[in-house]
Write a protein that binds this ligand. Structure first.
Ligand code: FAD
Ligand code: SF4
Length: 509
């Protein structure tokens, strides 16, 4: 059952007009935080969300069902380029936080300094951000895992890093006594993960906000430079539009994520004079290795990503153990027929370990007729080399702990069966087109900054050359953040909302 003041398509039976102080488009990391902060400060808030509402009891390990219901495009979204990058984002009440792994890290100090210096953002040092990080961490309960929730695949990662003498740290996650059911990517069935669905959104509802799910915002309404509201429509289950919904508001917040916020602004006729709307898109390229052991690892038991190997963080990459369902291994394996069957028989003995790179290349969005965004991204030579080197180092760690076979993420390279074979990775020039690259971190496509000629919003997320229009999501990042981005989005949003709350009259609120 939906909570009170959460509406869906069945509740809207005709064209509808609503009014509020603040309308927020998107209910993910940024949108939910903005909604809760404004509602708590006494403002009348409406959230519009394209996805459907699901509660904790709806989440199951049926991966394909969950992906179809809650991932944009059923999880089949891709940035075109060399290599193509499969990306995933949520389209559900609570946004990508409902599907994410729960890793909750503060923005690294050096990234904040860079944003201060290069993007000319004032009061964004680690010290300035401290109260916002603390506030977010209290709201979403950022904590270390209970030790009994850590499974064998993550212990193996730790043993390998320790044996190599590499720095490994326990992950901080937004969870409350997570028992380690390993279903994070398909919705947390215990409610332990403190996604926006069970933290910020209930808080916003408590303070009077309304959430309208199944509403796709098509345009921001404007009167000259001033944003006056949002025009959207109810979406039918097949995605087609039905009744129109118009929300009049004093402040409009675009929080649709890094792909869809620029598209919403573009459809609304907003052009950044910097030319950067939809540009500066970074995405932390990820890849994964599949390692087979003699022992029964049962990687699906225990929390996903209990640790992060930080030994190479200053070189721009991180490692983690990331159990994935058998269907995902099958889809990306180089085998078919009997060989694939044999590999899948070994699922119980498999460790999947991932590598995330802080990218140096920027992609961009193109807006197709009708304003639909398409992402383009070419991996730089430098980042491609880091993916190869990172994969080799990660394979070294896995062999150290007894892996017998490793399937690298490069087609044509073949399996690796010993450390000596890692030379194959270094020696052969692996073409980018043979690399399997994916991501769940998209950032930077409506970047904030102090100089309007080099940014899309000002240093508090307010869109340059407009009035009453704010961005509150990962689009704001001037550069890739280098760690899991959720907490940065939430802390930046808190900072920016509090800036407005200090002088609401200036913003006609
Ligand atoms: C599988 C997965 C695992 C991840 N793991 C981690 C992790 O462990 N730690 C971490 O820090 N980060 C992780 N992330 C990334 C993190 O969740 C995202 O960076 C973050 O949620 C992005 O926040 P956002 O506000 O920019 O957008 P989102 O949280 O994606 O929310 C955007 C919302 O806007 C809605 N929307 C879009 N367009 C419209 C429209 N026109 N009208 C109405 N609504 C619209 C979408 O449906 C969506 O619900 C993961 C992401 C995924 C997908
Ligand atoms: S591992 Fe923990 S946070 Fe993730 S789905 Fe299971 S109980 Fe929820």
């Amino acid at each position: 059952m939906k909570p009170e003041r959460v509406f869906d398509r069945s509740d809207i039976t005709e064209n509808t007009e609503l009014a509020c102080d603040v309308v927020v488009v998107g209910s993910g990391a940024g949108g939910a935080t903005a909604a809760a902060e404004f509602a708590e400060a006494g403002y009348d808030v409406i959230v519009l969300e394209e996805g459907s509402y699901y509660g904790t009891k709806d989440f199951t390990p049926n991966a394909s069902d969950m992906i179809r219901k809650m991932y944009r495009g059923g999880g089949a979204t891709m940035a075109i380029g060399s290599p193509p990058v499969l990306y995933q984002e949520g389209s559900v009440v609570g946004g990508s936080t409902v599907l994410n792994g729960g890793m909750s890290w503060r923005t690294p100090e050096e990234i904040l300094s860079r944003w201060g210096l290069e993007a000319e953002i004032d009061r964004i040092s680690a010290k300035d951000m401290e109260p916002y990080f603390e506030r977010v961490e209290r709201r979403i309960n950022v904590a270390y895992q209970d030790p009994e929730s850590i499974g064998r695949d993550n212990q193996i990662l730790k043993e390998g890093a320790d044996a190599k003498g590499w720095k490994i740290i326990p992950n901080l996650r937004n969870q409350l006594h997570c028992p380690g059911s390993n279903n994070c990517a398909f919705g947390c069935p215990t409610g332990a993960k403190q996604s926006a669905l069970v933290s910020y959104l209930p808080r916003a509802l408590h303070y009077g906000a309304c959430i309208y799910s199944n509403i796709r915002a098509s345009q921001i309404l404007r009167d000259g430079k001033r944003a006056t509201g949002v025009l959207g429509h109810v979406t039918n289950p097949n995605g087609s539009p039905s009744h129109e919904v118009k929300v009049h508001a004093k402040l409009v917040i675009a929080a649709c994520g890094s792909v869809h916020t620029p598209a919403l602004l573009h459809r609304s006729g907003i052009k950044a004079r910097s030319g950067l709307l939809g540009k500066n898109l970074s995405l932390h390229p990820n890849t994964k290795l599949v390692a087979i052991y003699d022992e029964a690892v049962r990687g699906w038991e225990g929390v996903h990503q209990a640790y992060q190997v930080r030994e190479f963080h200053d070189q721009g990459f991180l490692f983690a153990a990331v159990n994935v369902p058998p269907s995902v291994i099958a889809m990306s394996s180089p085998y078919y027929g009997q060989e694939l069957g044999e590999l899948m028989d070994l699922y119980e003995r498999t460790v999947v370990a991932g590598l995330m790179v802080e990218d140096t290349q920027m992609g961009h969005l193109k807006f197709l007729p009708g304003g639909h965004p398409q992402a383009f991204y070419n991996l730089s030579d430098f980042d491609a080399e880091r993916l190869v080197r990172g994969s080799a180092l990660l394979a070294e760690l896995l062999f150290e702990t007894g892996a017998k076979r490793i399937i690298p993420p490069f087609s044509g390279v073949g399996e690796l069966t010993s450390v000596d074979e890692l030379r194959k990775l270094y020696r052969s020039k692996i073409p980018k087109s043979s690399m399997e690259v994916l991501t769940v971190h998209l950032m930077g496509s409506a970047c904030m900054g102090g100089d309007p000629s080099r940014s899309v919003t000002d240093m508090h997320g307010l869109v340059h050359d407009t009035v009453g229009l704010m961005v509150a999501d990962a689009s704001l990042f001037p550069t890739p953040v280098g760690v899991n981005p959720m907490e940065t989005i939430q802390a930046l949003t808190t900072r920016n909302v509090h800036h407005i709350l200090q002088s609401p009259r200036q913003y006609q609120l």
